[in-house]
Structure formats: C-alpha cells, structure tokens
Write a protein that binds this ligand. Structure first.
Ligand SMILES: O=C(O)CCC(=O)C(=O)O
Ligand SMILES: [Fe+2]
Length: 406
C-alpha cells in the first residue's frame, strides 16, 4: 500500500493517491466498466420517457452515472465485469480508506461511475455533499471529525485523466467564509478564490472528507469515466446477488460488509429502544456500539441522526405525523445508511405505539434543530429551509437529551 499521510488528509480534507488502480490493471478495469456503460445505456434506452431521445438519460443527463448495485445494473454484473467491483478492494483504495478512517474493516458504501455527457453542460454548482435537513448541521460533522476523524470517506478514481474536480482545502472543518458566500451567492457555477483544481492521471484517486466544499467544474464531452463511491464502517449495499461472480476472497469481503451493516442496524435499534424505555445508560452503550472510539461529539451527532431516524419511523405509521417540509419528506423516505437512516423497512421493527413514544422523546430536539424563519446558506445540497444549516443546538449535550425524557 502507498504510504498515507493521515494528518495531512485530516487537515486539508482531501488527499491524492497515486496509482489507486495499479497501472497494470487499468486496462482490465476500463474494459469492465465500458461493458457496464453499454449495458446501462441499454437499460436507460428501454426506460426512457415518451418525450426522451432514444438514449434516455444517457443523452439528457448532465452527468450520466452508473450505480453498480443500487439499480437494475446489478443484474447485469457477471464474471466479465467483475473487475469493476473487485477494483474497490485494491490496497490503494480500500487499504488506504481503512487507514484514513482508522477502521480495520472499511466497507464500500456504494459503487458508481460518473461519465461525460453527450452534449456540453458546462460547470455544475459548488457544494458540500451535505443536506442538513435530513442529516445534521455542519457544526455537528466538524466537531465529530475533529474529535475522532471522519465516519465516511469519498473517492473519485478516474480511469482517464481528469481535472474536473475542485476542492477548497480545509473547508470540511469550517463554515463558508463571507467571501465564499458572496461568490457562491452571486453565481455558484464560477471558481471560488479559495478553490484548488485537482489534476488526476488515469488510475490515480482523490479521497475526500464529505463536508468539504467541492465543484464539478466542467461537464464537457471530454471522455470521463470516473469511479465514484465511498467507505464507512458499514455498507449501503444489501443485494449481494452479484458476489457469485467475484473471486472467493472478494465475495467473502462483501459478505463481511453486510454483516457489519446488520450489526449497525442492531445497535441503531438498541439505541432507539433505550430511548423508548427511558434508559440513558443503555442509550449511551448502544451509541458506543455504533462507534466505540468516538466521544461526546460523536454521541451528539449520532443523536441528531437518530432524531431523523425516529422521524422516519414515525412517518411510516398511520396516521403520518408530524407535518414536515416536502424536501425533508422526500429525503427521509430514501435510505441513507451513513447517517443511520436504514430505509423504510427499518420502521417495521417498531410498532405504531413504539414509534409514537419514540417521536415524543425526540420532538423537542427536532424543535431545537429548527430555525424561527426559513433561511438559506449557499453551498449545501439544500433549498431555503426551516432547519439550521450550520449550527447545532447550543449548550446541548447527550446528557441534556437524556434528561429531557423525565
Ligand atoms: O463530478 C465530480 O467530480 C463531482 C460530483 C459531485 O460533486 C457530486 O455529484 O456530488
Ligand atoms: Fe458532490
């Protein structure tokens, strides 16, 4: 494995890794992905809407994106295309991720590929991959990262030279500056002065910490085939039908990822049951099960994530309650395992009355996460909203959440 400067990664929020894909495997990986592009194009063409061009999304999307396991493409994986999956287990990708996460068994969360569009779409918008409405305010992430490092790391691994991505070094640990807000507020599709362009050679990777400000600077027709996804303590993949095509070792590794996720689901359920039972000690023990190395900052971030999980569980029961903004409703219905939202079936673990009791205990925290009036901060994956973008509830610790039950 390449030597990895974790301190620099934590400080700057990103790291370039040379030969993430070993040079002697690059051609094999390109061939596998190109076959998947062809298969995905067939799927998009068949799925196209009546008004779409013959190629469907391939022709209309700003950034056509393959999702290897979260779409019908999973059924089109086979021995020929297995290298597209197995590359995720390379030492310079998974091994490096383990070191950066300080987690011996880092799990692939999602496996995707970003492609160049058929016609020029120009620059996208600067953003953080963060939507606080259904996750947590930026300050919660910052404090958690400073305390014990990131819970999730994300990769771009171009199979052809790629200079599309820009980042703002260090922005994962702070709010936007007034200057950044002014520039992004005026036009989110232009360079910001604090930004740095990455220049990656084919097979190199850039790994970054999620709330970093970044920019897809040019979605032109220049050939782009950039592997994209991330690693965490558990995976978002639950359909393992594809592992039959992998080497035994790779198949075993993916089975391990799913076991890790099942454990995390169990810890999540235990934490929520402890809230229902009003057992503060069991609650903190369950949080320690989710992340043994994290302290109070980790616990309070997870508590905010669980507030959203509790809301999602409550909303899965009849009659749905409470009234929530449409954007929150849409997002909370989809699974988001890296923030402990396990999707709609997870609600089935709780009865309607448990869901109601659970939400009663989280509702005061939900109020603290809200703002008095709708407001907006540029650079998030969010429209104006009635939840805080940046600030966590002030002077509020896990002990205050527990104390609020009595
Ligand atoms: O195109 C890229 O490299 C960045 C993509 C991105 O930021 C996103 O889809 O969230
Ligand atoms: Fe992004």
């Amino acid at each position: 494995m390449s030597s990895v400067d974790r301190d620099r990664f934590l400080e700057e929020g990103y790291l370039i890794v040379k030969e993430a894909v070993p040079r002697d495997k690059l051609e094999l990986v390109r061939t596998a992905y190109e076959k998947l592009v062809d298969r995905q194009r067939e799927i998009w063409s068949a799925e196209r809407a009546p008004d779409d061009p013959p190629g469907g999304q391939w022709e209309t999307a700003r950034q056509p994106r393959l999702n290897l396991t979260g779409s019908p493409l999973v059924d089109r994986l086979d021995r020929e295309t297995a290298p597209a999956v197995e590359v995720w287990l390379e030492e310079n990708i998974r091994g490096v991720s383990s070191t950066l996460l300080d987690e011996p068994t880092a799990a692939v969360t999602q496996m995707m590929m970003m492609c160049s569009p058929v016609r020029d779409h120009g620059p996208a918008q600067w953003h953080r991959d963060l939507h606080p409405i259904d996750t947590a305010p930026l300050q919660g992430y910052i404090d958690d990262i400073v305390e014990a490092g990131p819970r999730y790391v994300q990769w771009n691994i171009p199979l052809y030279d790629d200079s599309v991505l820009w980042v703002v070094p260090g922005s994962h640990l702070r709010f936007n500056t007034p200057e950044e807000n002014a520039v992004m507020g005026a036009d989110p599709c232009q360079p910001v002065p604090s930004g740095v362009q990455t220049h990656l050679e084919a097979g190199d990777g850039v790994v970054y910490i999620l709330p970093i400000l970044h920019w897809g600077s040019n979605y032109s027709t220049l050939l782009r085939r950039t592997v994209h996804g991330g690693f965490s303590t558990h995976t978002g993949i639950d359909d393992l039908s594809f592992i039959q095509h992998l080497s035994q070792q790779a198949a075993d590794t993916f089975e391990g990822f799913v076991e890790q996720s099942n454990d995390m689901r169990q810890h999540t359920e235990s934490a929520l049951r402890a809230v229902i039972a009003g057992n503060g000690r069991a609650y903190t023990e369950a949080l320690d099960g989710l992340h043994r190395k994290r302290g109070e900052k980790g616990r309070i971030l997870s508590t905010v994530f669980l507030c959203k999980t509790a809301l999602s569980i409550r909303l899965s029961k009849e009659p749905p309650f409470p009234e929530i903004p449409e954007d929150l409703d849409r997002r909370i219905r989809g699974a988001h395992p890296i923030t402990l939202n396990w999707g709609s079936e997870f609600g089935d673990r709780f009865t309607a009355s448990e869901a109601e009791a659970l939400w009663e205990r989280f509702a005061p925290l939900d109020t603290l996460l809200r703002t008095a009036e709708e407001q907006f901060v540029p650079g998030f994956q969010s429209d104006p909203m009635i939840y805080h973008f940046n600030d966590m509830p002030s002077n509020y610790a896990t002990s205050d959440f527990i104390a609020s039950w009595y």
